[in-house]
Design a protein around this ligand. Structure first.
Ligand SMILES: Cc1cc2nc3c(=O)[nH]c(=O)nc-3n(C[C@H](O)[C@H](O)[C@H](O)COP(=O)(O)OP(=O)(O)OC[C@H]3O[C@@H](n4cnc5c(N)ncnc54)[C@H](O)[C@@H]3O)c2cc1C
Length: 385
């Protein structure tokens, strides 16, 4: 039995789910892991692999219609797990493209918008980004300042968005802005006059992911670029539920990578004349890490089955995102220590995952925000307003 499938979840996976996971694992192993270290060092995303992600059907994989793969949500979760086992930046790319750009176009878009964007986004011949966060509004997006004003049959947008994954490489930006005081979604094509994206170079986390600031100065977009069926904050929040679902699985993948590195390192590394894995303190750490990973796997798996049954609640996604990311962060920190000085070197994947997980703890609703979402669900009292 695999040490990272201690409760034999394999038994509950269909042959399609296993095949999907194994295909992604092979891709990550053979094509992504050999290049990640250089990209992480350089602060670049391996963009050459984007069409390959499309070819494998990993972009918008759980969406249906318009030729999309429509795999079930457990298989989709396993895709996210395996991508994140490579690097959270790789999983972020696929999460944003699928859950935050393709999902809203499919759910809230017009037929023309779907025809225009879904096929190239699925193929990886076009890239999308999701602009919700602003410099002064992260956890409270309702307070956003970006505004759209109607001008005949066009809209004029002004404002800025911050920390936007894929911003500068996006062919289409989904920008959320207030129109007559109501949050609406606008599709802005690359090259639209007044629209620019500037990369944030200061990151010590998610280095192999592009993160940008979007600036909108009198950006004029045609009326047909408004997502017709998205009105109010609940629309972007509905997208975030999709992406958070993927994160709950992805965090498990990052934790598995760290655990595996710690297990093999401690079995080989000798101090005081014997493997450090033979010391009781090391074994206690391994036992605790495995227990937490196993609990998180069961949570993600159950969440996937609930989503497939159409009964998943967004608060259940909050619980899983909150728990699994914190779990992964703690596993990564423990693993880092178990590798001693080598733990801080990029010869091993652990420090890279640890740095990435600091972002994952913050984006898509911080640990605290998910705590408050659960608090409200339990008590009926909203601590955020
Ligand atoms: C690498 C990266 C990629 C990202 N990609 C995207 C993207 O593609 N699109 C996008 O729109 N955004 C993206 N984000 C932004 C991300 O979603 C925000 O950073 C996040 O929502 C938190 O907002 P903030 O950074 O402004 O922190 P703040 O909201 O200022 O929060 C700071 C701290 O205060 C705490 N806090 C805030 N409110 C409360 C409260 N009521 N009670 C208790 N504590 C509270 C928070 O939990 C946090 O610890 C990305 C961020 C990063 C780092």
């Amino acid at each position: 039995m695999s040490p990272t499938d201690y409760y034999d979840l394999e038994r509950d996976l269909s042959s399609e789910e296993r095949l999907t996971r194994d295909t992604v694992r092979k891709f990550v192993q053979n094509e992504f892991l050999p290049v990640i270290r250089e990209h992480f060092r350089a602060g670049t995303f391996p963009a050459a692999l984007i069409p390959k992600l499309g070819e494998l059907g990993l972009l918008g994989a759980n969406l249906s219609g318009f030729g999309l793969p429509g795999i079930n949500n457990v298989a989709y979760g396993l895709v996210m797990q395996e991508l994140d086992r490579g690097d959270s930046g790789l999983r972020s790319f696929a999460s944003v493209q699928g859950a935050l750009v393709m999902y809203p176009i499919l759910t809230f878009g017009s037929d023309a918008q779907k025809q225009r964007w879904l096929p190239p986004l699925a193929a990886g011949s076009a890239v999308g980004c999701f602009g919700l966060t602003e410099p002064d509004h992260g956890s409270d997006p309702e307070g956003m300042k970006t505004k759209a004003v109607r001008d005949g049959d066009t809209f004029i947008l002004n404002g800025s968005k911050m920390w936007i994954t894929n911003g500068s490489i996006a062919d289409v930006a989904l920008v959320w802005a207030k129109l007559d005081g109501v949050i609406r979604g606008f599709l802005i094509a690359k090259g639209t006059p007044g629209f620019s994206a500037h990369d944030i170079k200061s990151k010590l986390s998610m280095r192999a992911s592009i993160t940008s600031e979007l600036v909108l100065e009198d950006v004029r977009v045609p009326g047909e670029n408004l997502l017709p069926k998205a009105e109010g904050l609940k629309a972007p929040l509905q997208c975030l539920t999709q992406a958070r679902f993927g994160i709950a699985w992805g965090a498990v993948g990052a934790a598995m990578a760290c655990f595996e590195a710690a297990l093999s390192y401690t079995c080989e590394r000798k101090q005081f004349g014997r493997p450090i894995a033979s010391f009781q303190l090391t074994q206690a750490k391994l036992a605790d890490m495995l227990t937490e990973i196993t609990k998180a796997q069961l949570l993600a798996f159950r969440l996937g089955r609930l989503k497939d049954a159409g009964v998943m609640r967004h608060t259940q996604v909050s619980l899983a995102k909150r728990n699994n990311v914190r779990m992964a962060l703690e596993v990564a920190r423990t693993a880092r220590g178990m590798l001693g000085a080598n733990g801080i070197s990029d010869e091993y994947p652990v420090m890279r995952h640890l740095c990435n997980l600091e972002t994952v703890e913050t984006y898509e609703g911080t640990y605290e925000i998910h705590t408050l979402i659960l608090g409200k669900d339990l008590t009926g009292l909203d601590a955020m307003t």
